[in-house]
Design a protein around this ligand. Structure first.
Ligand code: ZN
Ligand code: ZN
Ligand code: FE
Length: 761
């Protein structure tokens, strides 16, 4: 062996390689292979100087990619020869400076198995310590103030390492080598339980919190990216109290369980669902409920959102309670998530009975992510903790940096530079100045962290969205992107589609090019533009937004349009005719006739509203999309019968005439057919209509690639049926997986459109 010539290499590893334990991994690998040299972070990459025999270096180079730590994502390992300098040993150098736009900040990582073992081991010095972490796990995005990523620039900078932790931190062979948030009971953050008045309990904070939870109390728990509100998920009265105090009457609540084994007791899990639950991202996963939780956790739903503990603190709580806990966002309904101790004490004092607090600051507000498994893969429904700020790679190179501001519901923004786009975490609905402030704060943080200064701003066509106003107030050049074009473009961005594609955008509402309300659209879409080839039949949306909260209004509008008003009113009657009250039906019919404040809409979401109200599944909505969601929940997936529909021409566009469908729905319901069967048939009908439209457009345009977009496609029955039937006719079908299909993913599409339009310069 000694006869082999010693050579040198300069290697560059790109991808997600910083803040994921990559340098210690390289050190251990070099140690194992007997390679000498050094490693350092540089401009978003990891640079390695390696010396050894060329055979050894070949193995070392190959293992760099193959054995990378679990959270790293190696995109490329490049190397070139370099003269051997006779280096001794292997050194880990401090971070170099990052170039703007090349920075990759790691997301937060759920507690790893090794740290969990220590947490639960009475002989370990970190036994029961709520802040255990290592190079493979722990807080990242939520504690990083600025880059490069090292302890002083995180909210752990305030805690001086004890000698034991310092030794681990500086030992390249230790699994906590350069774990920036490393902590132990001697030097880490402190934990305490406070009552509403701020008085600290003297007993063990976990035990005290567990006692409150086990006796029906509501505890506000400070987590990674903000507060949760927790209560016993099997205690109907506790859940009811939480709902009442939070002002959240019906929207499903997420539930945290101790382990995958416990999750199996509560839900029917597929292997893909178990994998999603146990992943280091630790999202909320929508799974089939077995009915063992309090019924008011997810009323009317067949599915419940479960998640596993994402921090040691959560592990300790769940073990103490030994049962599932409701863990819902710590905010008052329609307000941003609380992050600070004082802020939480003030704003949540009317909701929580006690507060489990600690003194590590939450630098970045981030909610839990929500996924479900559809078409055999995890689909991200809300992209936040564990996902942000990972970038999406764009199919083009942005000439100038782009800010895309999103829409109004489920708002996110997106920053794009070069061929990368960073979607913000879910911010919530932009309805107030307070929401806008939280949004602007997250944007400032993204700009700082990523080093991207936007030069072009993309916004929705809607002039009244706060996001649109925000875009205008930047003073930068703006471009308006039609809502449904942006939906389709988001999927094109994720899948790298160059277009043209047939884009189906089904949602509740987006302003169209013609100033009308759109939402059941068939577009021929390219990156920079889209053409409306077809849509669902337009009807009045009586009272505009009032119809969103009161789906009976859409039932009346669709029934009147289809000529079955009398029969429909018979179905709706028990709820509509209040003695002595103003005749609401007359009011709605007046709005339909006059059109006053009642735009024409082609919305698929509003069509679902109408059918849900007629079927008696949902006659008043307390959360976004509720009628459509409940209609899917009751739908018999075994239904095979399809109602009629027709395809018409209107101003050169093709239109699905839904009147025969509505007539048949009403006829079936009047005959007493079960709502579940009618809902199933309605889903089949919509699929058939989509198939007919797409086949027609396919013939007209020669395009065979179809994109499914818009919040209505959070409906699995519709999504899987539409995808399967289109594929059986040899269409290529793309739906989003990495970004939300609804408005939460919209800003990514806006960014792609803006970058494409800006490309010609
Ligand atoms: Zn760990
Ligand atoms: Zn320590
Ligand atoms: Fe939308």
């Amino acid at each position: 062996m000694s006869s082999e010539e010693r050579v040198g290499r300069l290697l560059e590893v790109s991808g997600v390689v910083q803040g994921v334990g990559f340098r210690p991994f390289v050190w251990r690998l070099a140690d194992r292979h007997g390679v000498s040299g050094r490693v350092r972070n540089l401009s978003g990459i990891v640079e390695i100087v390696a010396e050894g025999s060329s055979e050894t270096l070949d193995r070392f180079t190959a293992d760099l990619a193959h054995e990378a730590p679990p959270r790293a994502r190696v995109e490329e390992v490049r190397w070139r020869p370099r003269d051997a300098a006779g280096l001794d040993g292997f050194a880990v150098d401090e971070s170099g400076d990052d170039l703007p736009g090349e920075r990759l900040v790691p997301p937060d990582v759920a507690t790893c198995p090794a740290c969990l073992r220590e947490l639960l081991d009475p002989d370990d010095r970190r036994f029961g310590h709520a802040f255990v972490n290592c190079t493979d796990c722990g807080p990242r995005y939520t504690i990083i103030g600025s880059l490069p990523y090292d302890r002083a620039r995180t909210s752990m900078g305030a805690f001086e390492l004890c000698p034991d932790c310092a030794a681990e931190y500086s030992d390249p062979s230790d699994r906590r080598f350069h774990a920036e948030p490393v902590a132990c009971p001697a030097c880490g953050p402190g934990l305490w339980l406070a009552d509403r008045a701020g008085h600290r309990s003297r007993s063990d904070p976990i035990e005290a919190a567990v006692a409150r939870l086990c006796t029906g109390g509501i505890v506000a728990v400070k987590g990674l990216g903000g507060f949760h509100l927790a209560c016993d998920a099997t205690d109907e009265a506790a859940v009811a109290k939480l709902r009442r105090r939070k002002g959240r009457p019906e929207k499903p609540l997420a539930v945290m369980v101790e382990s995958v084994e416990r999750a199996r007791d509560l839900a029917g899990l597929s292997p893909a669902e178990e994998e999603a639950l146990a992943s280091w991202r630790a999202p909320v996963v929508l799974v089939r409920d077995l009915g063992k939780l309090a019924p008011n956790v997810a009323p009317g739903h067949r599915r419940t959102g479960l998640m596993l503990p994402s921090t040691p603190l959560h592990h300790l709580l769940l073990r103490g309670v030994a049962g599932p806990l409701v863990m819902t966002s710590g905010n008052r309904t329609d307000e941003p998530l609380c992050t600070g101790n004082d802020e939480a004490m003030e704003r949540l004092s009317g909701i929580a009975d006690a507060f489990l607090l600690h003194d590590r600051d939450v630098v970045a507000r981030v909610d839990d992510s929500v996924v479900r498994v559809a078409l055999e893969r995890p689909v991200v429904m809300r992209r936040a903790r564990g996902y942000v700020p990972e970038p999406v790679t764009l199919p083009l190179e942005a000439r100038r940096a782009v800010l895309a501001v999103g829409a109004e519901l489920n708002a996110t923004f997106c920053l794009a530079g070069g061929d990368r786009a960073w979607l913000s975490p879910h911010v919530g609905t932009l309805g107030s100045e307070e929401d806008l402030a939280a949004y602007a704060e997250t944007l400032d943080r993204y700009r700082d962290l990523l080093g991207i200064e936007p030069e072009v701003v993309a916004h929705d066509l809607h002039p009244d969205f706060l996001s649109t106003r925000f875009a205008r107030e930047t003073g930068l050049p703006t471009t308006a992107v039609q809502h449904h074009h942006a939906h389709v473009a988001a999927v094109m961005a994720e899948h790298g589609l160059s277009g043209p594609v047939i884009g189906l955008a089904f949602d509740g509402f987006g302003l169209g090019d013609d100033g009308e309300a759109w939402g059941g659209e068939f577009l021929l879409a390219r990156w920079d533009r889209a053409e409306r080839l077809g849509h669902l039949r337009r009807v009045r949306q009586p009272g505009g937004d009032a119809a969103v909260r009161d789906p009976t209004r859409m039932a009346i509008a669709h029934a009147a349009d289809a000529g079955v008003l009398e029969q429909a009113l018979g179905l709706l009657a028990p709820r509509r005719r209040k003695p002595g009250a103003v005749d609401e039906v007359e009011v709605v019919l007046g709005q339909i006739a006059s059109g006053l404040g009642s735009p024409m809409t082609s919305s698929a979401g509003r069509l679902f509203d109408a059918v849900a109200a007629l079927a008696g599944v949902c006659r008043s909505a307390t959360y976004d999309g509720q009628p459509a969601i409940l209609l899917e929940q009751v739908a018999e997936s075994s239904a095979t019968f399809e109602y009629g529909f027709e395809i018409d021409q209107e101003d050169g566009r093709i239109v699905v005439d839904t009147r025969p469908t509505i007539q048949a729905v009403v006829r079936d319901l009047v005959k007493g057919r079960a709502p579940g069967e009618v809902a199933g048939r309605f889903h089949r009908t919509l699929t058939a209509a989509v198939l007919a439209m797409v086949r027609l457009i396919g013939v007209q345009t020669g395009v065979r690639t179809v994109v499914l977009a818009g919040g209505v496609f959070d409906n699995d029955l519709l999504l899987s049926d539409v995808a399967a039937r289109l594929r059986s006719f040899d269409f290529q079908v793309h739906a989003p997986h990495e970004v939300p299909v609804g408005d939460g993913g919209l800003s990514l599409g806006q960014a792609l459109v803006a970058a494409a339009r800006d490309g010609e310069g």
